[in-house]
Design a protein around this ligand. Structure first.
Ligand code: TRP
Length: 463
């Protein structure tokens, strides 16, 4: 039995201020999802109308689930598996809710195994940019640079190893000395770099064309799949559904407002995704390139533009530094729930646990590295290991976790518990949250699932 004394603090420690928590959670949210994925999926889905639906999903579904996940984390004050078991027991006499935590810890493990590989490419591109490799390059040369990186498993594995090392380096030091210290430096720098790039694209890019592309709602370009990928991306970009937010929630001091921080973080994440679009599309248009390029938008199209614009080397370096920092603070949030679980359940020290888990994720990540070369033809459930890991986590595990969290907070937890954690002074705000948690969020997730099942029909076409 956990005493009330132990419930006041997580065994891992706690954030030293509200700002520290906001930075850590924004760091988790802002990542490859915002800078790499969002612009390209907005691009392939025609821009404006997609962006509008995405905004609705983020605020109507994502925000209430984020609040639920933080409040569960803070109430449990343990790693996600222990927290869900503990609260399940308290609220409904059923410890089996710990399975939701297990889904999250397992999902975070798998996500990091492919996330780290793409993040490694971002780090590699800092060096490509600095050495002037993009300057004046033609499309074939740019494609060859990207192909040379992804196609060469030794190179790709090297950057993946470096990135996992950077992640472990921070997390080994613990919540305050590691995570908090890293985000206090990285997040302000990230914001600064982004604003510099925005200034550049306003002056040198086709800014108005970029604005129109992103905000003019052309509904004829939006497909049902586009709507569902907006919903799926809302989960991914906010880091909800996988226990990462729950783990961070366990470190939140009692006097911090969950609703206010959630609104701030969701606003930051959305703002950064939109600003990134306003950096990328004007540069893409100014160079007569295709906004609907797909996953290669950041690694092929953009470097092509960087190679042909004034100050391109500096702009490219800034951009990939930004991308790497964003990925770094997100990777930290993906390994933390696993580390918290192993240290708390096995009594292993944080450094030993972090290094062990880091090595395990790194090893699984080698399958992602090989997905672009030696194992490109090896089919897992949904294509290569990389495609399958992405599909399984983004389209199945994430929505399942989000559904369970919304249902648990909305239907299983008592009004007294949730109202006590949220402490919303406005009764209408509480009712709105509860309505969203009970009805809107679960219904939206069922939609993503139906889509996933439909796609499952065409085995091998996911990713
Ligand atoms: N949100 C991050 C991004 O946009 C990725 C991420 C970090 C994540 N932690 C997560 C996604 C937990 C799902 C669950 O890049």
């Amino acid at each position: 039995m956990v005493t009330s004394e132990a419930r006041r603090r997580s065994p891992q420690g706690s954030w030293t201020s509200r700002l520290a928590f906001v930075l850590a959670l924004s760091g988790a949210a802002v990542g490859l999802g915002n800078i790499w994925k969002f612009p390209y999926i907005a691009g392939v889905n025609g821009g404006g109308a997609f962006v509008l639906i995405y905004l609705v999903c983020v605020f109507a579904v994502g925000l209430p689930i984020m609040m639920s996940e933080i409040l569960i984390g803070r109430r449990g004050r343990r790693n996600p598996i222990a927290t869900m078991g503990l609260l399940g027991e308290e609220e409904s006499g059923n410890r089996k809710w710990s399975l939701v935590g297990l889904l999250g810890v397992g999902g975070s493990f798998i996500i990091l195994s492919y996330y780290s590989v793409v993040a490694g490419w971002a780090v590699a591109y800092i060096f490509e940019s600095v050495s002037g490799d993009f300057a004046g390059a033609n499309p074939d040369q740019i494609t060859a640079i990207f192909g040379g990186l992804t196609g060469n498993w030794v190179a790709s594995a090297f950057w993946h190893t470096l990135f996992m090392g950077m992640t472990v380096f921070v997390v080994v030091r613990g919540v305050v000395q590691g995570l908090e210290r890293a985000v206090r430096v990285l997040m302000p720098v990230l914001l600064g770099l982004l604003l510099l790039l925005l200034g550049y694209s306003m002056v040198e890019g086709e800014f108005v064309q970029g604005l129109i592309f992103m905000f003019e709602p052309r509904f004829d370009e939006l497909t049902p799949t586009g709507v569902l990928s907006a919903l799926g991306h809302a989960f991914f970009t906010l880091s909800i559904g996988m226990g990462a937010v729950m783990a961070y929630g366990a470190y939140v001091p009692d006097n911090v407002s969950i609703s206010a921080t959630s609104v701030t973080v969701v606003g930051m994440d959305t703002g950064i995704a939109l600003i990134t679009g306003l950096v990328i599309f004007p540069i893409v248009f100014a160079n007569g390139l295709d906004p609907a390029e797909g996953p290669g938008l950041i690694f092929v199209t953009l470097p092509l533009a960087f190679g042909n614009i004034p100050g391109g080397t500096i702009v490219a370096t800034t951009f990939f530094l930004l991308l790497s920092f964003a990925a770094w603070t997100s990777a930290i949030s993906l390994i933390e729930p696993v580390v918290a679980w192993v240290t708390e359940s096995r009594g292993i020290s944080r450094p030993a646990a972090t290094i062990g888990i880091g090595v395990a994720i790194w090893a699984l990540g080698l399958l992602s590295v090989l997905s672009f070369n030696a194992m490109a033809d090896v089919n897992f459930m949904w294509g290569t290991y990389f495609d399958s890991a992405d599909f399984l986590t983004s389209n199945i595990m994430l929505p399942a976790g989000g559904f369970a969290i919304a249902v648990f907070a909305g239907w299983i937890m008592s009004r007294r518990s949730t109202a006590g954690e949220l402490r919303l002074t406005n009764p209408a705000a509480y009712r709105l949250w509860r309505f969203a948690s009970r009805f809107v969020a679960p219904a939206a997730v069922v939609l993503i699932f139906l889509n996933a099942i439909g796609v499952l029909g065409w085995l091998g076409m996911g990713g």
